[in-house]
Design a protein around this ligand. Structure first.
Ligand SMILES: [Zn+2]
Length: 372
């Protein structure tokens, strides 16, 4: 079975070998030993030259976040990051890219238990895993807002079966989901800030949530998206399913205030706000659609798609950025409540939101336009 290697300990460069090489090159040789020493250096030369142009693969993994699955008997490996996977075999002058087949390059080698990657091959891998980003806006931060917390439990489902009572608290399941989601996003987007409104069971007012998102520092040309996570309740115990909300375009927010614009531009402030509102709405719809598709793919067979909805939720309304509110399921439905108590199910829900965000980011950054 292939093992995922993240630890540098498994592939350390043998220090003693480097010491021997350095000593060989620097030692003044007496005449009697000159010839054998020359032979020795000649034999070691390719290793020495190779070492200068290669480095331990594990260093590349540590720096880049790329993961390696290593098959020691076949001496083959699979490198993966995000959607890309590349396979290789020690000593073979190519790498295998899932989508494009073999790409010729210098072979990876193994010396004394250490996998070495040539500089030129590392360059090819970097181009595959981290292609240059097209000019244009990018998502600099993803803000995750697990609803409720502390003294506000959100909605609560209680279901009695025989002597057992199952209690599901919204504030707990949305926090668990948010933390799993955050872990996935951090792994996927090392170059983006993943920020939470809360990571523990604390109370936050509705105002504090968007305020925290607005306080996130962004670079020029960067945008932030806001994803609020909630669970649903209904008087009808049969009601079940997931839904994603965004702000209706009919609702006008004061997106820019007089402080935000030059004095000359104040008269066009309302127009600028309409334009910005329209853009945020389009982006929010695109984000919501992607998340809903993620749910269909990850939990569609277990729950029900209740669709895309628009509503001027306070927490979304106050966020001056593309923002959505995700309802992950009904705690009042006995079957869904059971699912929502299962960490495996929350993992699937987190995967659904992650897939949606990931697709949205690729559309946003790839095209630089926001029309769905
Ligand atoms: Zn809620």
């Amino acid at each position: 079975m292939a093992a995922v290697i993240k630890s540098q300990k498994q592939f350390t460069i043998p220090r003693e070998r480097r010491a021997v090489l350095a000593a060989s090159a620097g030692t003044r040789l007496c005449r009697a030993f000159a010839w054998p020493a020359f032979l020795c250096l000649f034999l070691l030369c390719p290793v020495f030259v190779f070492s200068a142009e290669s480095r331990a693969l594990v260093k590349f993994l540590d720096e880049s976040g790329v993961e390696l699955s290593w098959e020691p008997y076949l001496e083959t490996g699979r490198l993966s990051f995000g959607y890309q996977t590349v396979s290789f075999r020690v000593g073979e002058p190519w790498i295998l890219l899932d989508s494009e087949g073999k790409i010729p390059c210098e072979a990876l080698r193994k010396t004394g238990g250490t996998l070495l990657i040539p500089e030129t091959t590392e360059k090819v891998l970097r181009e595959i895993f981290f292609p240059p980003r097209p000019e244009g806006p990018r998502i600099g931060a993803i803000f995750i807002d697990p609803g409720h917390g502390g003294k506000d439990p959100g909605t609560i489902g209680r279901h009695t079966s025989g002597e057992k009572t199952l209690t599901v608290s919204e504030k707990d399941i949305v926090l668990d989901t948010a933390l799993i989601l955050g872990g996935m996003l951090k792994k996927r987007f090392a170059d983006k800030q993943i920020v939470f409104s809360r990571t523990t069971d604390v109370y936050l007012t509705l105002e504090e949530r968007p305020e925290r998102a607005h306080a996130v520092k962004l670079q020029e040309g960067e945008a932030i998206i806001f994803v609020s996570i909630h669970a649903n309740a209904s008087l009808n115990p049969k009601a079940r399913g997931y839904e994603v909300w965004y702000l209706p375009s009919s609702y006008r927010r004061d997106l820019l205030t007089e402080k935000d614009v030059e004095a000359d531009n104040r008269e066009i402030l309302p127009i600028m706000n309409v334009m910005l509102e329209e853009e945020f709405t389009q982006e929010s719809i695109l984000l919501a659609q992607n998340i809903l598709k993620g749910f269909d793919a990850c939990v569609g067979s277990l729950s029900e798609n209740r669709g895309l909805k628009d509503e001027s939720w306070f927490v979304v309304r106050k966020a001056r950025m593309p923002s959505v509110l995700v309802e992950i399921g009904f705690v009042t439905n006995p079957d869904e409540a059971k699912l929502l108590c299962d960490r495996n199910h929350l993992q699937k829900i987190a995967q659904a939101i992650y897939t949606g965000i990931d697709n949205f980011v690729r559309q946003f950054e790839g095209k630089g336009v926001f029309v769905p």
